[in-house]
Design a protein around this ligand. Sequence first.
Ligand code: PEP
Ligand code: MG
Length: 840
Amino acid sequence: KFSGFAAFTEITQEADIAAGLHGGRAKCLQRLIRLDLPVPRTVALSFEAVHRIAQGQMPDMAALLEGFGAAPLVSVRPSSEDPDWGGPGAILNIGMNDARHAALCDTHGEGAATALYLRFVQAYAVHVARLDPDMFEDEKATPETLRAALAAYEEETDTPFPQDPGRQLAEVLRSRARAWEGTTARLLRQARGAPADAGLGLVVQAMALGLGPLESGSGVIQFIDSATGQRRITGRYLSQSQGREALGSGQGALYLMRDARGRSLEESCPEIYGALCRYGAICREGLREEMQIEFTIEANTLRILDAVRVVRSARGAVRVAVSLVEDGIIPREEALMRVEPRAVSELLHSQVDPRGVRDVVATGIAASPGAASGRIVFGSAAAQASAARGEPCILVRRETSPEDIRGMHAASAVLTERGGMTSHAAVIARGLGLPCVVGVSDMRLNLRDGVLVLADGRKLREGDILTVDGTRGQALMGEVQMLEPALDEAFHAFMGWAEDVCDISVRANADTPADAQTARLFRADGIGLCRTEHMFFDHDRLTVMREMIFADKAEDRAAVLARLLPMQREDFTRLFEIMQGLPVCIRLFDPPLHEFLPHSREGVRELAEALSLPVSDVNHRVRALSEFNPMLGMRGVRLGITVPEIYDMQARAIFEATIAVNRSGAPVVPEIMIPLVSAMREVELVKARIDSVAAGLRSRRGADFDYRLGVMVETPRAALRAGDIAQNAAFLSFGTNDLTQMTYGLSRDDAGRFMGSYVKQDVFHEDPFHSLDTEGVGELLRIGAERGRQARKGITLSICGEHGGNAESIAFCRSVGFDYVSCSPFRVPVARLAAAQLAL
Ligand code: PEP
Ligand code: MG
């Protein structure tokens, strides 16, 4: 027996009910009662009471059932603190016994009475007495099946079916309380984020019978479309039914709204339908949320049993938040807090419609969000041919290299067997806004036989159709139903509010005019990283670039660079024009040269043809440029110092573009960034040459212009020596892709292979290429920022690795006082919202 303790509380307007004591359902029911909705009498049992029940104590049942009438009929439902944590199933019709059955036969008809009793006996036998469910299968309710169920109960338990409602209720409460404390249930809810000591409340509610005379039945209704957030009534109603489970079967269901397809509740019971719509509006305003309402109609009388927040897609969440603001129900700040930043990226791309079926055939790392279907192709040529025919295609590769850029441009999505979050395919796909899944280790691409072998042994050939879901990191068989991007007014309004409250700038990593346009569309504050080497991947330029690499003599190289100069100048001019005076940070050439050389036999032959050289010469050259560790080899500033003509040409192109744009458009102060620096002397050498290119141009052209020279901090040494380096750098931008790679000694291109198992075993909490390692790499950032600031007051600090688009990483950058983060254009809105939430 409970003693000296309030075991239960009737939920009334005034009662002391709290989500933290009685659970979310109890609290929500109280809110509905306060809004004057017709909720049947409900009593709440607190976490503490339910815990005591599990331990063997029991409140006074007679007292609990007082107020539910002489012959009570009630339901018991779980009420955990957070509805997502789940809870044991509801039990309905507690109180059914022989006498009640006989009485209901008279008032509700024999069919309804028998169905109610049988359903309760079945539920009680299986969930309370824990008898074999097979013996109590869902059977048609007849007097015979009811008799058989009662007999089976008696035989199995050696006792007749309990007739006392108090005893029935006590047993139901005990079974629910114990179910919550079981190990499996605990593990399940912990996996959903519940703390180890999460409590369960229970609510006991008077039954509203959906079976019986006149219009009786049960249903759920909501006023928005869960997938789009648009206002639309959806739900189900089933005459002569009880509970959510019955609705699932759907047979005999009525449509809610007037519908050409069949009978509707709106037509048959217009008043009830009208009341439901009214209650929907009251809930929306009173609870400041879109709610799904569970209701029962008992002999033409409407009862509201419960209401839960409508589960919705990301686009649904944005639209709902905006519409609640527009209707004056919530303030903008609250709307901003209600949408998860990650979810915003779902709006920018097509998505697999969650309502359809998914035949997942391979999984990997979700490298770039969005989804697309198409015929698979195994190479760039096939991708381009497919695009030329106007047929969407999916480029499947073991991994991608600069040679695949053409194919990626032509493809609708990319799938690679290898790679991680910052591998080539991932970075390029994010830049292009292409759905991409990398590190799909459960598929094998066999190029010799032209087949893609799936984990289950199925073989796909070029032309077969797949869907890539880059949001979830899956490949699905065939074509699936999609939701189109939702860059609508609601989205733009929402992002505008985010911009208003942000206190850290968000720039975009944009390499091409198309990227810059996207950056503008998403209202980036500028370009934080233009990877100039990406400007050389177009087919015509790739050949010129290769000629440059093949030039033996300085004058030959100068001649080829002279051909590249106008192309680069044109690129920068376009970027400056598109960005209209917003800052543009251009990184000088970074990758090892051999990345531009062909890797396949066919590629070598093509190049030999283009350069009129024997294949053996090309092969020789490719071999000569190969390195054991190219990412740690001759790249970045090391190349800039050994072959300085490349940087000279780029600087000149930048300055000439600046002069041109300054004459006609919004004035530009270009930012030039040196990659992969590890020593101050590197910066001095490059700075001297760039300054001299600028001085030369100023005097020759009689034009004045400004520029800012900065350093990309991508090596641990650069972070540690940021004090020296800052003396020659107006800004430091942390390239956390390489910095993570070098701090961990972890290859950004190969780590995908074991990253999954590392994260699963909690060696790393998360992929450090995805979410900044704030402890290790973060410490280098902190040191770099501090020393840089000390040496040069007012130095601009930023991050431009892929982490710039990750919410947790942005929080870190903001806490260290960075001026901006820079990320792929398609991640700008995500970063912006994350930053706004941090500022609120
Ligand atoms: C980085 O290393 O973080 C970076 C932004 O440069 P990239 O990815 O081009 O190496
Ligand atoms: Mg880098």
